[in-house]
Design a protein around this ligand. Structure first.
Ligand SMILES: Nc1ncnc2c1ncn2[C@@H]1O[C@H](COP(=O)(O)OP(=O)(O)OP(=O)(O)O)[C@@H](O)[C@H]1O
Ligand SMILES: [Mg+2]
Length: 397
């Protein structure tokens, strides 16, 4: 027996239609255990409702109305964590084996029972109950910790985003504000400085556009944070990639870059939000084009199945560009991280990550400075089914 376990703290319920049998069971064990009794399956189910703290249930098989196996199958639904045992004669073995295989009983005890053996079985049952409870408690604790961490991460991300936003809006605002401040005075001057006005006006307009782009991207990003916000439909990933390549061909040609498509022919239709996924590929390929002086960018799709039978699609964007330093790899998905100065907002990869996350997928980066970068996106072929399966797996013992 595990240390620290007091049998009295783990009530045992005996179920038997013979009153005398119940009385003798109680007398034999009530000094060491907390005993409840019930004269039928029906009565026992009521006892389980009023005493959900019951840890072990021991039922006789032969009872009028509801048999022991039938009762224990219902008890499993009513109080799944209680350990269920059956008292039975040797002649009923086939039915007992079936009940064990179905998981409705933990073990059986043959009749007539030995007092010491039954005591041992009860202690074993209590120990098993305690172990399962402890496992559930640890599991709940782990989930709670994960939730807390993700909450903290989210708050930190919002903080970073807000700080970045303030900075990114502030810079262009300085130019616009300065222009507006000096404008009345400039307009008063007898000789209108047209050149100055035009220069400042164009600059201010550009800066206002920059703020507008920033806000548009952030709004796109903030539209719905979960899977419900996706408009999932069966789509052909290969086709979407071909469309994106068509859009970016001109951009690639300008730099003498070849966009090489290596599309798997066995891809099953995939449930995705095509519009958002197009946005992901656009940014990944555009980033690759920006990073590459000339040469080839490969885009490859493939089908994968993991050990759990989970089907997914992998999309790799492989460039031979400048690569990413170790230090920058850490910051890659941070909002506003960019090495493109005025040409980039630094929101692209953060948005990609968010969209892939909504699809229950992942995005992996491998890069060697001077050699090139590989971005690999992996998404389940059906994010809704993926979610359900994850929960099912969690429910297993
Ligand atoms: N394939 C790549 N090769 C090298 N560097 C890359 C690559 N992809 C991303 N980067 C680096 O990551 C940074 C962030 O990329 P991200 O797409 O988030 O923003 P951006 O391209 O700078 O701006 P935008 O918001 O317009 O997309 C880039 O500025 C670049 O330094
Ligand atoms: Mg980008």
């Amino acid at each position: 027996m595990q240390q620290g376990i007091r049998p009295k703290d783990y009530p045992v319920l005996f179920v038997d239609d013979e009153e005398m049998a119940l009385i003798s069971l109680s007398e034999q064990y009530e000094r060491e255990f907390t005993i409840y009794t019930a004269k039928s399956g029906k009565e026992a189910l009521e006892t389980l409702q009023t005493h959900p703290e019951i840890a072990v249930i021991i039922s006789d098989q032969r009872m009028p109305g509801m048999s022991g196996v039938e009762f224990l199958a219902q008890a499993k639904k009513a109080l799944p964590e209680a350990v269920r045992m059956l008292l039975t004669a040797y002649t009923e073995m086939e039915m007992v084996i079936e009940a064990i295989n179905k998981g409705s009983i933990y073990r059986y005890i043959t009749k007539p029972y030995d007092v010491a053996d039954l005591r041992c079985a009860m202690l074993q049952g209590i120990e098993h109950y305690d172990l399962v409870k402890e496992r559930d408690r640890l599991y709940a604790e782990k989930i709670e910790t994960l939730k807390r961490v993700s909450r903290t991460n989210r708050l930190t991300a919002i903080g970073t985003l807000a700080a970045g936003m303030a900075h990114e809006i502030n810079n262009p605002m300085v130019a616009i504000y300065t222009f507006l401040q000096i404008l009345p005075q400039k307009l008063q001057e007898p000789q209108l400085d047209k050149e100055f006005l035009e220069k400042f006006y164009t600059l201010s307009l550009q800066e206002a556009e920059r703020i507008q782009t920033l806000i548009r991207k952030l709004l796109d990003f903030s539209k719905g944070g979960d899977q419900d916000a996706l408009s999932l439909k069966e789509a052909d990933i290969n086709l979407i990639l071909q469309e994106v390549v068509f859009l970016l061909k001109h951009e690639a040609n300008k730099k003498n870059i070849e966009l090489d498509l290596q599309l798997a022919s066995d891809l099953p239709p995939t449930r995705i939000d095509s519009e958002k996924m197009r946005q992901v590929f656009l940014n990944l390929i555009l980033n690759a084009i920006h990073a590459t002086r000339s040469g080839k960018i490969s885009l490859a799709t493939s089908f994968h199945q993991d050990e759990q039978g989970q089907d997914s699609i992998r999309i790799a964007v492989v460039d031979t560009g400048v690569g990413i330093s170790e230090e920058n790899l850490e910051k890659l998905f941070n909002p506003f991280f960019t090495t493109k100065e005025a040409q980039g907002t630094g929101l692209g990869l953060m948005i990609c990550h968010h969209i892939i996350d909504q699809h229950r997928g992942s995005i992996d980066v491998k890069s060697k400075p001077g050699k090139g970068t590989t971005m690999t996106v992996q998404i389940p072929i059906d994010p809704t089914r993926y979610e359900r399966r994850k929960v099912e797996r969690r429910g297993e013992p």
